[in-house]
Design a protein around this ligand. Sequence first.
Ligand SMILES: NC(=O)c1ccc[n+]([C@@H]2O[C@H](COP(=O)([O-])OP(=O)(O)OC[C@H]3O[C@@H](n4cnc5c(N)ncnc54)[C@H](O)[C@@H]3O)[C@@H](O)[C@H]2O)c1
Length: 443
Amino acid sequence: MQGSASTAHQPPRPATGKLGILTPGLGAVATTFIAGVESVRRGLSAPIGSLTQMATIRLGKRTDGRSPLIKDFLPLASLDDIVFGAWDPIADDAYTAAKKAGVLEDRDLEPIADFLKGIVPMPAVFENKYVTRLHGENVKKGKTKRDLAEQLRQDMRDFKAKHGCDRLVIVWCASTEIYIKPGPQHATIEQFEKAMDDNDDAISPSMLYAWAAIMEGVPYCNGAPNLAVDTQALLQLAIDKGVPVSGKDFKTGQTWMKTIVAPGLKARMLGLEGWYSTNILGNRDGEVLDDPASFKTKEESKLSVLHTILQPELYPALYKDFSHVVRINFYPPRGDNKEGWDNIDIRGWMGYPMQIKINFLCRDSILAAPLVLDLALLSDFAHRAGMKGIQEWLSFYYKSPMAAAGLQPEHDLFIQQTKLKNTMRHLMGEEQITHLGLEYYQS
Ligand SMILES: NC(=O)c1ccc[n+]([C@@H]2O[C@H](COP(=O)([O-])OP(=O)(O)OC[C@H]3O[C@@H](n4cnc5c(N)ncnc54)[C@H](O)[C@@H]3O)[C@@H](O)[C@H]2O)c1
C-alpha cells in the first residue's frame, strides 16, 4: 500500500475558489496557526517558518538562475482563499482559546479579535477515555461510533456549503490520545466499520475523524502521534477513494533538532553512546502528556527517530546499543514556552568520548503553526495533482512519518527536504535535482 502520483504527468488542477481548513482541536497550535494566517493576510506579520510561503525552489541547472518561490511555482491555494473551521469538546471560540493558550500576546490578538471570535468550534467526537486529562461539554451524541462519524461527515458538507468552499482539508490539531495497538479491527475496512457499529474500544475518536474525512474525499493530516489514519483499513480506504493522507506528529522542537544533529554525526562517522532528552512544558498538551497512556504514544514517536537515521545494523561499531531516553515533565509556569535539554555522548577518533549539550528554549506552537499551514496547502495540492494514500514526501513535517508497509520511514531532515522538493519538481514536470554537478561536462 503506497502513496502514488498520477503517472501521466497531468498538470495539477488549479486552486480555484475557497479552501476550507478544518482542525479537530482548537487549542494552542490551531489558534496560533489561524491567528498567524489572518495576521499575515492583513500584512501585520510575516509567515516565518513556512516553506510554502517563504522558501524558494531551484529549477533546472544552477546556471539557469531559476529559483522561484514555492508558492509561485506550485498552484497552491492563496492565503486569501482560506476559510477556517474546527471541532473541540471545549466550546471556547478561537479568541478565547488563544487567550487561554497564552502563546500570542495581546498586541497580536487584539487587532484580529473579531475575526477569531467568529470561529466557534463544532461539537467534537470526544471520549474522555482516550484523553483522560480532558473534560469537555461540546460533544456529539450518537448511539454508535458510526453515527458519530456520520455526523462529522455532515459537518464537513455543511461547512463546505455554508462557506462556499471548493475543497476541504483536515489537519488533526487535537490532543494526543492514549496508545492503541493496531488490531484486527484496523485490518480491513469491513472490520473497521463493524467495529464502529459495535462501539469497539479499539476505535478512537481520531480514527472516526479520519474515516469521515476519507469518505468525504478530504485530505487528512495527523499532527499527533496516536494511531489514527495509519491503519491498514484506513490506508486502503484512502487509496480506494483517491485521498492523500499523511502523519504523524508535527516535527517541531527537540525531535526536529535531533533529525538535524544525528545526520551530522552519521555523516562524519562519529559514534553515539547515548542521547538523553528531557523537556519541561506547561501547556495543556503538557498536561495531557502527563498521563502515562498519552505519554507512551508520544514516547514511541520520539524514540523511533535515532535508530532509522543512524542505522545501527549497518554501523554496529558506531551505533549498536546506544542508550536513548526521552522525558516530558509537566511544569505549569512555563506555559507553551517549552525548554528542552539534550545531552549527547559521542565518540571520536580512537574511541575518545565527547559531549554535546543542547538547551533549546522554544515556543512549541510558534514552531508548529507554519507546519499546519504547509501541510494543509500541500495536501490540497497533492489531491489536485492526483496523489492518494500515504504522502511520504511530506515526511519532512513529521516526527514519526508514515511509510508504506515493509519500508522504514525516512527521518533525516535533509533527505526529507530533498524528497519534498523533488516531488514538487516531479509533479510540475520539472527535472529532479540530483546534486551530481555534472552540468558543465554534459553541456
Ligand atoms: N506544539 C507542538 O510543537 C506540537 C508538536 C507535535 C505534536 N503536537 C500535537 O498537536 C496537538 C495539539 O497541541 P496543542 O498544543 O494545540 O494542544 P492543546 O491541548 O492546546 O489543544 C488540543 C485541543 O484539542 C481538543 N481535543 C481533544 N480531543 C479532541 C477531539 N476528540 N476532537 C476535537 N478536539 C479535541 C482539546 O480540547 C484542546 O482544545 C497535540 O496532540 C500535540 O501533541 C504539537
